[in-house]
Design a protein around this ligand. Structure first.
Ligand SMILES: NC(=O)c1ccc[n+]([C@@H]2O[C@H](COP(=O)([O-])OP(=O)(O)OC[C@H]3O[C@@H](n4cnc5c(N)ncnc54)[C@H](OP(=O)(O)O)[C@@H]3O)[C@@H](O)[C@H]2O)c1
Length: 256
């Protein structure tokens, strides 16, 4: 049973909840983590009743070292087969005017927590010779992101970190996949203050579609998935644009 356990961070809504739904449909038991206990409890009830799986949740603020420590402890006891590092957030605006405490929480959640959770599960997965880790990065990982500078940089960290880990783990039965969505229709943009940006208004994918593609890539052990044809084209085109132009173009996409 333990081999069929999947841990999903940021599972109270958005992409994380859809990933949890699709893992439940694949027969995985679930351990869901976020701050909103009510939403987590509702998700556990829905998924256990709908799919006959076992589900539990942990209420933790993963941008705080104590929240991270409580999950790390659980992970060592649970021996999950799948870890989905999905919890993350961004805030729009110039870095100069941003709040230092919010920035520290963002770096902790988007980077430090993700690294530590990989570190907590990997020795067990490698010993058992089987495991899957999905790290949610972003389209923002491929170029500078003026207006979301720190968020973009945090997602740029996730991408090569995941690719390098995946390479280190070759032949071990454990793989790491980086998922890079463009705009997705979740509460993320309202919270970030980016819902009126040109990029989001151009069209957002559904969280269910992103979750489906991400899990397909995960179980095929693909190192990277860029979601959506247009986003793949945008990433491809960055190869031909001088580095100095990338920030200019990205800033235009962020304009309202
Ligand atoms: N939406 C997009 O356009 C987009 C594009 C590219 C990448 N992404 C990435 O996709 C991931 C999921 O985003 P989403 O679009 O699904 O956003 P969302 O709807 O805002 O969901 C974020 C999830 O993370 C949880 N979370 C946030 N802060 C947390 C904290 N401090 N501790 C624990 N859990 C926390 C939230 O739950 P609680 O509030 O209950 O804690 C929620 O379950 C993020 O890493 C995001 O950066 C999103």
């Amino acid at each position: 049973m333990k081999q069929q356990l999947a841990v999903v961070t940021g599972a109270s809504g958005g992409i994380g909840l859809d990933i949890a739904r699709q893992l439940a449909a694949r027969g995985y038991d679930l351990f869901l983590v976020a701050r909103n206990a009510q939403d987590l409890e509702k998700a556990c009830k829905e998924l256990s009743a709908g799919h006959g799986i076992a589900s539990q949740y942990l209420t933790a603020d993963l941008s705080e070292p104590q929240g991270l420590a409580s999950l790390e402890q659980k992970l060592k006891e649970m021996e999950p087969a799948v870890l989905i590092n999905n919890a993350g957030f961004g805030t729009a605006g110039t870095f100069c005017d941003s709040d230092a405490i919010t920035n520290a929480g963002m770096m902790q959640l988007n980077m430090v927590t993700l690294v530590q959770l990989c570190h907590a599960v990997l020795p067990g997965m490698r010993k058992r010779g089987k495991g899957y880790i999905l790290n949610i990065s972003s389209l923002a990982a491929f170029q500078p992101a003026p207006g979301l500078a720190l968020y973009g940089a945090s997602k740029s960290f996730v991408l090569p970190f995941s690719e390098a880990l995946n390479h280190e783990l070759k032949g071990s039965g454990v793989s790491v996949t980086a998922s890079c969505p463009g705009p997705v229709d979740t509460g993320f943009h309202r919270r970030a203050g980016t819902e009126n940006s040109r990029l989001v208004r151009m069209g957002a994918q559904s969280s269910a579609a992103v979750a489906k593609e991400a899990l397909q890539a995960l179980f095929k052990r693909k190192p990277v998935i860029i979601h959506g044809r247009l986003n793949r084209l945008l990433v491809f085109s960055t190869r031909f644009v001088p580095r100095s132009w990338l920030a200019v173009v990205a800033a235009r996409f962020m304009q309202e």
